[in-house]
Design a protein around this ligand. Structure first.
Ligand code: FAD
Ligand code: SF4
Length: 521
């Protein structure tokens, strides 16, 4: 055995919580993460390279975003120390009680999760956008809810972001980094406060996002846990009472073997499902995994509708990516349950010019001033509103491994069988509401043809595949994430969530991991 007793595969919301809490209980923890350890100086938005992850050639291309195409469904995921927290939009929100009434093992209840939700909120220092920092999108959301006669459904969303209550849009050059207040957080990491630069999905240049490397993982490391980036686990086999992991060191380009008494698979909904499918069906090292492996997957009903306004500034490139929601998860619209959000996106040109202006070689020069002013005023999409949101669809997707008919000598590919009818009612409800909100506020929108004609979706919120349940007949793991039939082998991440949550899932994933870690000796 190595110097570690617990190996955690993946460092996102499931993996980081497990690493921290098991290290607190005295476990000797090793975290293997396929992605890099990113920092503000290495983000692709700064270096202009390493944007994408390529699952077929990860040694060659191990960048920021893993985008997978599965026919009618595509999935966006992060690859990083800190998992999806690096790329995500920071919304850290609890799922409502109604989402826990069906489909879960008996030991998981909304009431039982409350202390765990609270612990996550504390660790991620969750806050709401201060009143003086509402964005144009926040105001549009509020006005739209009022205009359809539902003002009570509007609220700003809780976010894992550090805000400075004194920051405001009226400051001189408000997005300049000098307005970010830098302090040391509880875990000894330096963080700034939000300057509304709009770059959340590309990495926060001032570390105002409370990404997992700055809290849960920092605490785990302080307790002796080791994190190895660019280490991709290829398969797991029982060995000597524990498990042997076959790992590809992507940096060195070599294969390694590691032994551990306890393994926590936390590679995300797609990653964990694929890894276990390969163990069961390709390498045949874990042949006793449940027949339900790969089943019960959901896209969480994510949907986006762009809308245009002639007479209203929306400025989607300014402020945190998502700021507010209009909540219809109660099913009051013909039974469709959904959660409308505003969506922002980074201004790439403005970013580039702003960065040149901040370069010490030109700073202070007249050119720097011109570029900086242009960067602040460049907002090519200022009248575009990306209406976004999630919907509680049915968890009917099935992942499996398939032979490539055009290249049978290559390893089997991960395939998804997804029937749009499982999502149709909920997603259509959300799409129709986007149009109603646009009409009520004087904008123009049309449902994207990708959905209208082709029933294609893209999701950043994959859930399920290794669903938790009360038995192997209905799921893959128990309520603590332990794999049925394999002692001390756990799965804990979005893959264990057995139902669509209908809103942003990271807080629930982390809360489930908190509960599991609390119950594991
Ligand atoms: C653009 C974008 C915006 C989002 N915004 C939000 C938001 O605002 N709020 C919210 O709640 N959710 C958001 N999400 C979704 C959120 O990021 C995910 O739900 C969350 O990260 C899932 O947590 P997880 O622990 O299941 O997996 P992840 O966080 O994805 O972590 C899995 C980790 O495992 C690693 N890994 C995978 N395979 C292997 C392997 N074989 N070996 C080693 N390591 C491996 C991956 O690189 C990754 O780091 C967003 C997602 C995207 C893409
Ligand atoms: S808006 Fe900019 S500063 Fe604020 S959290 Fe997002 S990336 Fe960081």
């Amino acid at each position: 055995m190595s110097g570690f007793d617990t190996v955690i595969i993946g460092s996102g919301f499931g993996g980081a919580v497990m690493a921290c809490r098991l290290a607190e209980k005295g476990a000797r923890v090793l975290v293997l993460e396929r992605g890099r350890r990113w920092s503000p100086s290495t983000y692709p938005s700064v270096t202009m390279k390493d944007w994408l992850w390529d699952e077929d050639e990860p040694e060659r291309q191990n960048g920021w975003l893993d985008f997978r195409y599965f026919g009618d469904m595509s999935v966006a995921m992060g690859a990083a120390v800190g998992g999806g927290s690096q790329i995500y939009a920071n919304v850290s929100i609890e799922a409502p009680e109604e989402r826990f009434r069906q489909g879960w093992p008996a030991a998981i209840t909304h009431a039982g999760l409350q202390p765990h939700y609270a612990r996550v909120g504390d660790m991620l220092d969750v806050q709401h956008l201060p009143a003086g920092q509402w964005t144009d999108r926040t105001r549009l959301m509020r006005d739209a809810a009022a205009a359809i006669g539902e003002p009570g459904r509007f609220a700003t969303v809780p976010q894992a972001i550090r805000f400075d209550p004194d920051w405001h849009y009226g400051l001189d050059d408000p997005f300049d980094h000098r307005h970010s207040r830098v302090t040391t957080n509880r875990w000894g990491r330096q963080q700034g406060t939000c300057i509304h630069c709009g770059n959340c999905d590309l990495g926060c240049p001032v570390q105002a996002k409370n990404t997992l490397d700055l809290n849960y993982l920092a605490r785990a490391e302080a307790l002796g846990a080791e994190i190895r980036p660019l280490h991709q686990v290829r398969h797991i086999a029982p060995h000597g009472g524990g498990y042997r992991l076959h790992v590809r060191d992507l940096d060195a380009g070599v294969d390694r073997q590691l032994d551990a008494e306890r393994v926590v698979v936390a590679a995300g909904s797609v990653g964990s499902t694929e890894l276990l499918l390969r163990c069961r069906d390709q390498y045949r090292t874990l042949p006793g995994l449940s027949a339900r492996l790969g089943h019960g997957w959901t896209s969480n009903g994510d949907f986006l509708t762009p809308a245009w306004y002639d007479d209203r500034e929306v400025s989607p490139t300014q402020g945190p990516t998502i700021s507010a929601a209009i909540d219809f998860l109660d099913g009051s619209r013909d039974g469709a349950r959904f959660f409308v959000e505003d969506g922002g996106f980074p201004d790439m040109l403005g970013n580039l010019l702003g960065r040149v202006a901040r370069d010490p070689r030109v700073r202070g020069h007249r050119l720097a001033r011109v570029l900086s002013e242009y960067a602040d005023e460049s907002d090519p999409a200022r009248r575009l509103m990306p209406w976004f949101g999630q919907a509680a669809d049915n968890a009917g997707g099935v992942f499996s491994l398939k032979r490539r008919w055009y290249a049978p000598w290559r390893r089997d590919r991960l395939a998804l069988k997804w029937d749009y009818r499982a999502a149709e009612k909920a997603v259509q409800g959300l799409a129709d509401m986007h149009l109603a909100l646009t009409r009520a506020t004087g904008g123009e929108a049309a449902t994207p043809a990708t959905w209208r004609w082709f029933r294609n979706l893209v999701t950043p919120h994959p859930l399920g595949g290794c669903n938790m349940a009360d038995s192997a007949a209905t799921g893959v793991v128990d309520h603590r994430g332990e794999v049925f039939g394999y002692r001390n082998l756990f799965v804990m991440d979005g893959s264990v969530v057995p139902v669509a949550l209908g809103l942003n899932p990271s807080r629930t994933i982390a809360a489930l991991a908190e509960q599991a870690a609390a119950e594991i000796a």
